[in-house]
Design a protein around this ligand. Structure first.
Ligand code: ACM
Length: 549
């Protein structure tokens, strides 16, 4: 009888043994972008099935539910999520204060368990993103049930190189609904990026509801037509379609986006452009301009002479707007634009000239600095920090401003040397509105304004910290961002096409350590990630994707 029991126990043990326990994995099984700091290949695979239980430590409910939602469709059953002080499930998420980087994580997969450790929920979230890429791309497609789902054993210890890893989106030139913005946030999250810079106001459209000033969206969110083709660029004639175009986000929709982003550990930074790029606001409230108007919401692209007037009434208006903006966006940073301000209206305005005299300013550049400093003082008073485009350096930088360096890297270098925080977004590498192919091939591509081009490989080659900075100065470079200006992106499909896979290359630039960067390796891993884009229904440029049939 004892022998029989022994045999039964042995048979039971054998039947419980994971058949993938001793399988050898190869590096091909680990195709993660951005490449982790360290990755140790191990023997055996974890089997996921409908009995797999996810458990989590305190404060990690959101991450556990996110993971269950990611995995459940392909398993064909809702995975059980369970909270324990000491997690005991097959997949365990736990905070670990010994991990020094607040976004860092450890992912340990063994045949019988998956453990993700992070010093914060964000770290856990990034561990989940790596786990996701160890699973077949088909898990992304909620219509696909997979009969056997295994994860290769591994030990990953990982952390980001830069604290700021951003993607920008201009919704002024073309407007995109909340559903598209959420799809963008999903992409940002998958790439372990953590900031969405939402460019909400432009000459061609004001896109955020402000309760105190309803005309901003009643009037400012709509234009009476849109330039066709190149219109004014490269000497093309101006023609317009005469079709009313517009749209805006209600405050409820803004809250929905901010909350969707927060669940993915993404901070949303709103941009309210001042004192230029303000034609749409002035069309709604001409009294805040220099000439009294009339103004119109712009129908063409480019730079406009219209600016806000430096009057007390205008400052009061902007402070009211920013007060509502601060109520909607909890981010430390508020972007106040500051780029491409033509000064001719201020040169011709007796009021602006009086302010220059009154404030002892040298010229209109210094008037722009005065304007930005006043707005900065207001926002600092509410515990926020401003970001401005690099033009705000010109008449003297506002005391606490962070600079976004877009006209090359010089602005970033100058700001870092003055001990100001810098985010690098140089047009040469980080402007994803450019073509992805050389001029002779551009006629087969969706139209864009400039013939300049930036390939995926060029984005990948980008080094955000300029060699001109010494070690101390280099600390002011907190990261980089891809910018997406949408003059020539009338549809969401084209936005995705311009962004992918260039943002994928940028994600490795901002996350991975310099010593792990390797174009050949990235290019190989990209082929795998492209399958994931397919399953997720993203439209992407195929120039760097190897066609297999
Ligand atoms: C910009 O591209 N005007 C910041």
């Amino acid at each position: 009888m004892k022998i029989l029991s022994f045999i039964i126990v042995c048979l039971f043990a054998i039947s419980c043994t994971n058949q993938y326990q001793n399988i050898e994995n190869s590096i091909e099984d680990y195709q993660i972008i951005p490449i982790p700091a360290t990755l140790k290949v191990k023997k055996g695979r974890f089997v996921l099935n409908s009995n797999t239980k996810i458990s989590y430590g305190e404060g990690l409910n959101g991450e556990a539910e996110y993971l269950a939602e990611l995995l459940s469709p392909s398993i064909g059953a809702r995975l059980i999520v369970d909270s324990h002080e000491s997690p005991t499930g097959d997949i365990r998420l736990e905070l670990d204060s010994s991990i020094s980087n607040k976004e860092g994580y450890t992912l340990r997969v063994e045949p019988n368990s998956v453990v993700i450790l992070g010093s914060s929920p964000a770290g856990i979230f990034y561990g989940i993103q790596s786990l996701r890429q160890l699973l077949p791309a088909e898990i992304e497609n909620s219509r696909t049930e997979i009969s056997e789902l295994t994860i290769p054993s591994v030990e990953i210890n990982d952390e980001p190189r830069y604290a700021y890893r951003g993607m920008h989106l201009d919704v002024g030139r073309h407007f995109f609904p909340v559903e598209s913005v959420k799809k963008y946030l999903d992409l940002i999250a998958m790439h372990k990026m953590n900031t969405f810079h939402w460019h909400l106001t432009e000459d061609q459209g004001w896109r955020i509801e402000i309760k105190k000033y309803p005309r901003l969206t009643e009037v400012g969110a709509f234009r009476s037509g849109t330039a066709i083709g190149l219109a004014g660029t490269r000497n093309a004639p101006y023609t317009y379609d005469d079709v009313e175009y517009g749209g805006f986000y209600t405050q409820e929709e803004i809250k929905e986006v901010v909350s969707y982003a927060a669940a993915r550990h993404i901070t949303v930074i709103p941009e309210i452009e001042l004192p230029g790029h303000s034609s749409a606001a002035l069309a709604a409230y001409p009294e805040f301009g220099n000439t009294g108007g009339p103004y119109e919401v712009a129908k063409r692209w480019g730079i406009f002479k219209e600016t806000f007037a430096p009057t007390e009434e205008t400052f009061a208006f902007l402070e009211d707007v920013l007060t509502e903006v601060m109520d909607l966006f909890p981010s430390e940073y508020i972007h106040i634009g500051g780029d491409e301000v033509l000064k001719e209206e201020w040169e011709e305005s007796s009021y602006a000239q009086e302010v220059i005299r009154r404030e002892n300013l040298k010229n209109e550049d210094e008037l722009q600095s005065y304007f930005i400093r006043r707005i900065e003082k207001f926002l600092n008073g509410h515990g926020r920090t401003i970001i401005g485009w690099d033009e705000i350096l010109e008449g003297g930088i506002a005391p606490n401003a962070t600079i976004m360096s877009w006209r090359g890297i010089e602005g970033g270098i100058a700001a870092a040397k003055q001990q100001h925080t810098v985010i690098m977004t140089p047009g040469t590498h980080c402007y994803f509105d450019y073509y992805q192919v050389p001029e002779e091939e551009q006629e087969n591509e969706p139209l864009t304004g400039s013939t300049e081009f930036t390939t995926v490989e060029k984005v990948y080659s980008y080094e955000p910290t300029p060699s001109e900075l010494n070690e101390e100065e280099a600390k002011y470079i907190i990261g980089a961002q891809g910018n997406v200006w949408t003059e020539y992106m009338p549809t969401w499909d084209i936005v995705e096409y311009r962004v992918l896979p260039r943002m994928t290359a940028l994600s490795e630039v901002v996350w991975s350590s310099e010593k792990n960067k390797d174009w050949e390796g990235f290019h190989k891993r990209l082929q795998h990630l492209a399958k994931r884009y397919d399953e997720l229904d993203y439209n992407y440029a195929k120039h760097s994707i190897i066609q297999t049939q």
